[in-house]
Structure formats: structure tokens, C-alpha cells
Design a protein around this ligand. Structure first.
Ligand code: 5GP
Ligand code: MN
Length: 346
């Protein structure tokens, strides 16, 4: 990874926290993806199998194309129903935070959690977690938070509580965070975990079909438009920039989740090692970054926009007009690449 990653594995703390508490709230980051939903819902199934109360609260609505994940219908969404969610949080005795490394990634729900005095657990695989918590499980080398929680359940001897629903959720987390096991998934031990999940009855082919072949024609048209008309190379750098304004998204009747994965496509070009995607949202311009090899996009996101994520997959939010965002990101990337070139020449 090229950097010293924080690794914390307080498995004894996790085991006593799960054994001693009875009602849990599980939560994840804004714009929840397959891993955020897979790890929280999977652990929710396990806790319920253990006879505990457990509710998943997401900061905002999960994308509709992931609502088939086992247990997704029972998800509560903070920004939709603050009062009811506050009551659930107040009544719980333990909060489990999954798949994020700082509370700002939860918007309003983050404020609620930072003022809460509950026992808190963090399970995550992002770099440099800065969340205050009583028990921390952090492994930035893990493919997904779902991989970490599954290993923890095995190491705590809770593996028998993992039924087919929980196993399916964990498998979804692992396979979506690795692009269908195509990157960040070279550790042979990962496949031993996957074998354990499949033994529990996960229908792998149907999961892949639901994840990859479950798109609307409208979404495919938006993808065609974005690739054909809205993707350019920044100068002669090995970097592509894709942009979609509010107006363009409206024209294609954009639904949450429709642009998931768009940022990965330009990396299929052999001379592109970094792909940037800018999308206009009501709360700012969302910046998504992906890269190949030793090109760090987390450093870029963090340095220029106070964002973060993983070495090869990061994000941030730009506050300003859409046109400014496009120009600023281009300029910053040119400067960032110049810095990298100078470093390699010295
Ligand atoms: P995505 O582009 O899929 O939204 O995000 C890629 C990765 O970067 C994810 O791991 C996500 O958690 C992280 N990420 C996205 N936006 C932000 C941000 O604003 N701040 C931080 N710290 N991480 C982000
Ligand atoms: Mn993840």
C-alpha cells in the first residue's frame, strides 16, 4: 500500500460488547453502497439470530437498485425520519458504525452520534479512522468491511449464527467493493472466507446477476451519454474527467444509484491510470476518483478537497458552482501530476 496503515483488532472488546449489550443500532456512510449495506444488514441478521434487537439506520436513502439485499426493506433512513430514528438511537445501548472512518461522512446522523453517550464500536477498512469509539476494528488492507466483520464473527466463535441471509449480505459487500473480485482481492485467505460464505448457501450467480445486470435502459442511456459526450482526457495526462450536471441528470431522469460504477469505465482505456467523475448534487459537487497501481487518489482527495477513502478509490465534495468544480479539479490534477513527476525525476 505504500503507507503505514492503522491496524486495530480489538476482538476481545468486540466479543464482550456484543455479549453484554442487547439492543444495537448499526449505521454506515452517506450514499450507502453494497459494502455499507452488506456489512450492516449482515451483522443485523446475526445479532437477531442471537436474540438481540438490531436496527440499521442509514444517513440517506439507499439506492433503489440495492433494495433487494436481504433485510433492506427494514432499513430506517435518518434524513427521512429524524424523530423516529433519534428515538431508536436513544433506546439502543450500543451503536455499531461500519464502513466509514469519520463522522462527517454521516452528515446530520453524525451530529446525533457525536453527542450520544452510548457504547460505540467501529468496524472499517478506510485509511486513518478518526472516529471516537470504545472498540475499534480497523484494517485498511481488507477488501471490504464485510470481510472484516465476517472474520471477526469467525474469531469470536459466532460463525454458527451466520445464516444464508447474513452470508449473502457479506458476500455482496466483498464482491461489490472489489468490482466483482477484480481488484483489491488478491489475498488467498479472502477466498477461504468466500468458500465459507458459499457453504452457507449464497447463490453467487444470482447475486452477480442482480448486481451487474439489474439496470434500467434509462441508466444505460445515461452511461452511453456520459462516456460518449462527457468524458475527456486532461491534457496529455493519463487522467480522464467525466462530468454530469444537474440539468443532464434531470434530462435522463436520474435516480439515486444510477451513476454507480460510471467512474470505473475510463480505467478500461490502457493509457488512463486515474479516472475522475464529477456529478452535481443538491448538497455540492460529488467528486469520485479511481486509479490503477501506485497512483494515490486518496492523497489527492484529501489534500485538495478534505476528502478521503482508499488509495485507489476515493471521494470528496466540492462546494461551489459546477463549472468552477470542473475547472478547479482539472487545474489541481495538473498540479498534482506535476508534483508526482518532479518527485520521480529527483
Ligand atoms: P465513491 O466514489 O464510491 O463515492 O467513494 C469512493 C471511496 O471514497 C469510498 O470508500 C468512500 O467511502 C470514500 N469517500 C467518498 N467521498 C468521501 C468524502 O467526502 N470523504 C471521505 N473521507 N471519504 C469519501
Ligand atoms: Mn467498504
Amino acid at each position: 500500500m505504500g503507507i503505514d496503515a492503522v491496524y486495530t483488532y480489538d476482538i476481545a472488546g468486540l466479543k464482550s460488547a456484543i455479549s453484554e449489550h442487547n439492543s444495537f443500532v448499526l449505521t454506515c456512510h452517506l450514499n450507502p453502497d453494497g459494502d455499507a449495506l452488506g456489512s450492516t444488514l449482515g451483522l443485523r441478521h446475526v445479532l437477531r439470530q442471537m436474540g438481540k434487537e438490531a436496527t440499521v439506520i442509514t444517513p440517506d436513502l439507499p439506492p433503489t437498485n440495492l433494495m433487494w439485499i436481504p433485510g433492506a426493506k427494514g432499513i430506517r433512513t435518518y434524513e427521512r425520519d429524524i424523530e423516529a430514528c433519534d428515538a431508536i438511537i436513544d433506546a439502543a445501548d450500543c451503536i455499531i458504525m461500519m464502513d466509514f472512518n469519520e463522522l462527517t461522512r454521516l452528515k446530520q446522523l453524525g451530529n446525533k452520534l457525536s453527542s450520544s453517550k452510548k457504547f460505540t464500536i467501529l468496524v472499517d477498512h478506510h485509511l486513518d479512522p478518526i472516529v471516537k469509539c470504545d472498540v475499534m476494528i480497523s484494517n485498511p488492507k481488507a477488501s471490504a468491511t464485510a470481510e472484516i466483520i465476517f472474520s471477526c464473527l469467525r474469531d469470536m466463535s459466532f460463525i454458527d449464527y451466520i445464516d444464508v441471509r447474513a452470508a449473502t449480505c457479506f458476500y455482496i459487500g466483498i464482491m461489490t467493493d472489489t468490482g466483482g473480485l477484480s481488484y483489491n482481492s488478491s489475498d488467498p485467505n479472502l477466498y477461504i472466507l468466500i468458500a465459507e460464505l458459499l457453504k452457507r448457501g449464497v447463490d453467487k450467480d444470482s447475486v452477480h446477476d442482480m448486481i451487474f445486470n439489474n439496470k434500467s435502459l434509462r441508466r444505460l442511456r445515461l452511461m452511453g451519454y456520459a462516456l460518449n459526450r462527457k468524458t475527456m482526457r486532461i491534457g496529455d495526462l493519463p487522467v480522464s474527467l467525466m462530468t454530469l450536471s444537474r440539468e443532464e441528470l434531470d434530462k435522463y431522469k436520474y435516480n439515486t444509484g444510477d451513476t454507480e460504477g460510471f467512474v470505473n469505465f475510463p480505467l478500461q482505456a490502457k493509457n488512463i491510470i486515474c479516472s475522475i467523475f464529477l456529478m452535481e448534487r443538491p448538497d455540492g459537487i460529488k467528486i469520485s476518483l479511481r486509479s490503477k497501481g501506485d497512483f494515490s487518489v486518496s492523497e489527492f482527495a484529501q489534500h485538495y478537497y478534505k476528502g478521503g477513502g482508499h488509495f485507489n478509490a476515493s471521494g470528496a465534495t466540492y462546494h461551489g458552482t459546477f463549472d468552477d468544480a470542473c475547472e478547479t479539479v482539472k487545474r489541481d490534477m495538473i498540479e498534482y501530476c506535476e508534483g508526482k513527476l518532479n518527485k520521480t525525476q529527483n
